[in-house]
Ligand binder design. Structure first.
Ligand code: SF4
Length: 334
């Protein structure tokens, strides 16, 4: 990743993590600024400019640090789910990524005021004192890809050690597990990997580790004692989807065993309307758009419902055939 300018907000200049990151990022230049929002969203930068170079902002999250997740977002839908905002944008380039068109720039924003984020978690936990609640990382960025540089995971592990009624999910496609290896696994922290068929990942998940590499990282984490989850999301139509998905399910069974997985989510490809337009313009020949999408009541662009249900039921049946207990499977955002 070529970094043009590392912008550092004055408000976070004194943070120890800021100094550590300044040393680790090999930026062409470093500039002190007052507010990242004045530059990050000042003008539209084409999403695919991220292939050439990009800027990084080290900033303080000033808005809501913790937000309630949409319905059917996580496992155990009856429990409360929240996500926390620790970064914007991602080093990978998945063709279906909802971040294209979501922000006006592909530059990375890394929030360093984790003390404020954890304080917001603390308030959320206090508001739901007698409930089991979930926090998810990775809504606007991959949760592990830069963790060796950003260095925040020990703070979150410390918090979740002290709050066993709260659960943390770290969502990722990364095999950058060095930071996790240095920590002690906790029963209330789940590392969840997004997986798809080997063939689709090769085409659509640009710049990401292969499915084999992700499965190997999962196996290593499982050996270390980590709780694991899987998101088979997004499922994209392909005439041979069933047989290719079966290969993935067999690999999960043989390399990990379903006993080791806390849950497996299934979700069919979907886009917010703006993101759909942007993705089509960024990847005009992508097979993602080979099938027709329609706009739903929630304004999201999806396949027609019978096709979505067919894909989800096929996937569920194959998972069950290879030993995944039905209660571990859930449909995401349906
Ligand atoms: S890993 Fe997730 S956040 Fe990153 S580009 Fe892919 S879909 Fe987007």
């Amino acid at each position: 990743m070529r970094i043009d300018t590392l912008y550092v907000e004055r408000a976070v200049e004194a943070y120890a993590t800021t100094e550590a990151m300044r040393k680790k990022f090999d930026a062409r230049q470093v500039e002190l600024i007052d507010d990242y929002q004045e530059l990050f969203s000042r003008q539209k930068t084409p999403y695919l400019k991220k292939r050439e170079n990009r800027n990084i902002f080290l900033a303080a999250r000033k808005g809501a640090c913790v937000k309630e997740a949409p319905p059917a977002y996580g496992y155990q839908a009856a429990e409360k789910h929240f996500y926390y905002v620790h970064a914007f944008n991602c080093i990978y380039e998945c063709e279906y990524c909802y971040l294209q068109g979501y922000f006006s720039s592909p530059d990375l924003v890394l929030f360093v005021n984790h003390d404020d984020i954890i304080a917001a978690m603390e308030r959320t936990v206090a508001d739901h004192a007698n409930e089991r609640i979930w926090f998810h990382a990775g809504e606007f960025s991959d949760s592990l890809a830069l963790s060796h540089i950003t260095g925040e995971l020990p703070l979150y592990f410390d918090y979740f050690t002290r709050h066993s009624q709260a659960f943390l999910e770290l969502r990722t496609k990364s095999i950058n597990i060095g930071a996790l290896r240095a920590l002690t696994p906790l029963p209330n922290i789940v590392v969840s990997f997004s997986l798809s068929t080997h063939e689709q990942a090769m085409v659509f998940d640009r710049e990401t580790p292969s499915i084999e590499q992700r499965l190997s990282a999962m196996r290593r984490l499982s050996e270390l004692g980590y709780q694991l989850g899987v998101h088979c999301d997004p499922i994209i139509y392909d005439a041979t989807f069933a047989e290719k998905f079966e290969m993935l399910c067999i690999a999960m069974r043989d390399l990990l065993t379903y006993k080791k997985l806390q849950y497996v989510s299934l979700g069919v490809v979907r886009f917010a309307k703006d993101v759909f337009r942007e993705a089509k313009s960024n990847y005009p020949n992508s097979q993602i758009f080979a099938r027709h999408f329609i706009q739903g009541e929630d304004q999201k662009m999806r396949y027609v419902r019978p096709l979505r249900m067919q894909l989800l039921e096929i996937a569920r049946a194959i998972l069950k055939k290879h030993g995944c207990p039905e209660e571990k499977i859930y449909f995401c955002m349906e």
